[in-house]
Design a protein around this ligand. Structure first.
Ligand code: NDP
Ligand SMILES: O=C1OC[C@@H](O)[C@H](O)[C@H]1O
Length: 299
């Protein structure tokens, strides 16, 4: 049997999702019946100190040879790194991803990819010009349930789809109107491009787009969009966003919502919480297909 391809990762940032992702990356692919690849963490960097990166590598049980850097610039210059995983707040994705691309590295960047379309275009152009892999880490697209539902839509199993509704919301509010997060937390901090839309709403939009856009035959067109945003008065970040997308030629509508004030699942995992995503087609009654919009669960 051929030896597995060795993919050598550099982890840029050491926060919550960097820890979760890196632990998952180091799980033996054989556990999911994959044998043609081996993921190796060769280095990690923290913007605050090399010792923070050392602690991170220890925490995720990376190989003892993995290098710890105290700056992102040192990480992207490491010749042993094939691909960089960017796990900083939204505000920093563009600059961190560009740093890595310019150093000739492939990149997997956390969602939300960038804070505007212009930044996204620039990154894509740079990656193309340098023939590098570049991807936004929206794992929702790869869940077995997403793949199954896309198959159901493209095979016509639920008929012509006319409506998708998707909500991804969590949080509660105190009597005085304050949200669960401290004002400096990345979820509500404008300096870190916080807010419900970039953090959670992108999952609602992912569901609408993967059904009503990507599953439709080409040529496809952009939808008409009407949207409204409520801002959190303590920080100015969006705390509630509702989006209606309509494709006139397909007679289809997507309704994507997100908020930090109430939860998609007020009753936790119980079916009483209701679905996060509903897909309605001509051959199917309304389908309640996913209880967790950003987790690989089946309702
Ligand atoms: N795909 C998914 O399921 C999830 C994705 N995410 C996404 O991952 C990204 C990071 O989220 P999360 O890990 O929860 O965030 P954390 O706040 O836990 O970690 C962010 C890390 O970014 C680094 N960083 C660099 N500059 C700054 C700065 N100015 N302020 C704060 N941190 C900075 C820090 O690491 P260091 O000090 O080492 O440089 C910090 O630990 C976001 O884009 C978020 O949307 C988050 C959760 C789940
Ligand atoms: O992507 C995410 O998914 C899970 C949430 O807890 C987190 O805030 C968000 O960034």
């Amino acid at each position: 049997m051929a030896s597995p391809y060795q993919c050598r990762w550099g982890i840029l940032a050491t926060g919550g999702i960097a820890t979760t992702f890196t632990r998952d990356l180091l799980t033996n692919p054989a556990s999911r019946e994959v044998s043609d690849i081996q993921h190796i963490v060769v280095a990690a960097a923290s913007s605050s100190s090399a010792s923070r990166a050392t602690d991170f590598l220890h925490d995720v049980k990376a190989p003892s040879e993995a290098k710890a850097y105290g700056s992102y610039a040192e990480l992207v210059a490491d010749p042993n790194v094939d691909i960089i995983y960017v796990a900083t707040p939204h505000s920093h994705h563009f600059q961190n991803t560009m740093l890595a691309l310019e150093a000739g590295k492939n990149v997997l960047c956390e969602k939300a990819f960038t804070v505007n379309a212009k930044q996204a275009r620039k990154l894509v152009e740079t990656a193309k010009a340098k023939n590098l892999f570049l991807m936004e880490a929206v794992w929702t697209r790869y869940f077995p349930i997403s793949i199954k539902i896309r198959e159901m839509v493209t095979s016509g199993a639920i008929g012509k789809v006319h409506r998708v509704t998707a909500d991804n919301s969590f949080g509660t509010a105190a009597e005085d109107g304050s949200l669960d997060f401290d004002d400096g937390h990345r979820m509500v901090n404008m300096e870190l491009a916080g807010g419900a839309l970039l953090d959670l709403g992108i999952y609602s939009l992912t569901w609408v787009y993967q059904i009503l856009y990507h599953c439709q035959p080409k040529p496809r067109s952009a939808p008409k969009v009407v949207a409204a945003v409520n801002k959190y008065e303590k920080t100015g970040a969006d705390e509630m966003t509702s989006m209606i997308l309509q494709w006139e030629e397909n007679a289809s509508m997507g309704i994507a919502t997100t908020t930090l004030r109430v939860a998609t699942q007020p009753d936790g995992d119980s079916p009483a919480s209701g679905p996060a995503v509903r897909i309605q087609g001509t051959k199917g009654r309304s389908k309640c297909l996913a209880q967790f919009i950003d987790r690989p669960c089946i309702a």
